[in-house]
Design a binder for this molecule. Structure first.
Ligand code: UDP
Ligand code: MG
Length: 333
């Protein structure tokens, strides 16, 4: 990891936000210049097709703090964050949406809390969200509860993009899929101190949201992945093996019961009763076989998991994005 040479890096994923960029950039610049620290704004153009790149280039002519990372195609918000983190030179990295929903005016407060409390992550918390309740806020409340409980990193608003991280935190999480929402939880392994700060939530000015209802379901599935990754990924056998032993054991018990029942009938009712008690047609036999087979499968799955985990940890360097070019400002370093 290169040494951080700046105080702050703002990481901003951009996908078709041409209309929003000029206003947001002006707001950001006003706030950051007033802070009196060295900073850079890393705009990651995630394959925009609406002229966002041209807008960024135009803004860059007036602003030597603005660096543009241009993706070869649309890789998604997580990849954009990852590229920003990889190229960030600041000691503190702040993530923000490019659609103007996050308010740059909240940034000084995030930093103040981080520094005064010696926190590693300070998360924005949209207490007064402007989005629809059923499709956005409700699923998000449920997801935040589950992820807080299972990971032990308690936050009310994982989904809020406006967050401040110490650089070593974001440089040590491997992002893929759509896991950017879970960065604080994924960073939990290194032992992070986390704080929350209420932030402003504004409606989008131009363009529309890049996500539909399907995201709710995908986030839910990601929740399983993250929970698994954080609790069992280095020891899958302890999860699958346990389930396997449980099911297999139960199957064995049911089988024993069947044999025992047949013998008991023999003792109580003689040879006639022994013959009359048919194991082969008993529904319990089906259950016993099913449980035993399932048990074996779970144990095998655990073994496979162990092997895959080894591979996974050794093959983690695969990039999740491809950069077309990095457009540096003309002045500056
Ligand atoms: N975004 C991106 N790549 C994508 C989708 C979104 O870089 O494939 C950016 C988008 O430009 C915005 C941020 O991620 O800056 C959040 O997206 P959006 O506002 O659509 O999400 P919402 O606020 O509706 O959850
Ligand atoms: Mg948005």
């Amino acid at each position: 990891m290169e040494n951080p040479s700046l105080d702050l890096s703002i990481v901003m994923p951009v996908y078709n936000e041409a209309g929003n960029l000029p206003v947001l950039h002006a707001e950001l610049k006003a706030v950051l210049d007033r802070l009196g620290r060295s900073y850079e704004i890393l705009a990651v153009d995630d394959g925009s097709t609406d002229g966002s790149l041209e807008v960024l280039r135009r803004l860059q002519r007036e602003d030597p703090h603005l660096r543009i990372i241009r993706f070869r195609r649309n890789f998604g918000q997580t990849a954009a964050f990852a590229a920003g983190f990889d190229h960030a030179r600041g000691r503190v990295v702040i993530t923000i949406d490019a659609d103007g929903q996050n308010d740059p005016a909240d940034i000084p407060r995030l930093l103040k809390v981080m520094e005064e409390g010696d926190y590693d992550i300070v998360s924005g918390w949209r207490q007064d969200r402007k989005e629809p309740f059923i499709t956005r806020r409700l699923p998000s409340i449920v997801a935040n509860r589950i992820i807080s409980r299972t990971t032990g990193v308690r936050l009310h608003d994982y989904g809020c993009s406006l967050k401040a991280y110490r650089a070593e935190v974001v440089k040590n999480v491997h992002l893929y899929g759509e896991l950017h929402r879970f960065i604080p939880a994924l960073a939990g392994w290194m032992g992070v101190r986390v704080a929350e700060v209420p932030v402003n939530d504004r409606p989008r000015a131009y363009g529309k949201s890049k996500y539909g209802i399907s995201r709710t379901i995908r986030v839910l599935l990601d929740l399983f992945t993250v929970t698994y990754l954080l609790s069992f990924s280095s020891r899958p056998m302890q999860l699958f093996g346990l389930i396997g032993l449980g099911l297999g054991g139960l199957g064995g018990l049911v089988g024993l019961y069947l044999v025992g029942a047949k013998i008991a009938h023999g003792i109580l009712e003689g040879a006639e009763g022994f013959r009359a008690y048919r194991i082969g047609t008993s529904p319990w036999l089906m259950l016993s076989v099913l449980l035993t087979v399932l048990g074996v499968q779970f144990i095998v799955m655990g073994l496979l998991g162990e092997v895959i985990t080894r591979t996974y940890h050794e093959a983690q360097d695969k990039p999740i994005y491809a950069i077309r070019e990095i457009i540096e400002p003309e002045e500056g370093e």
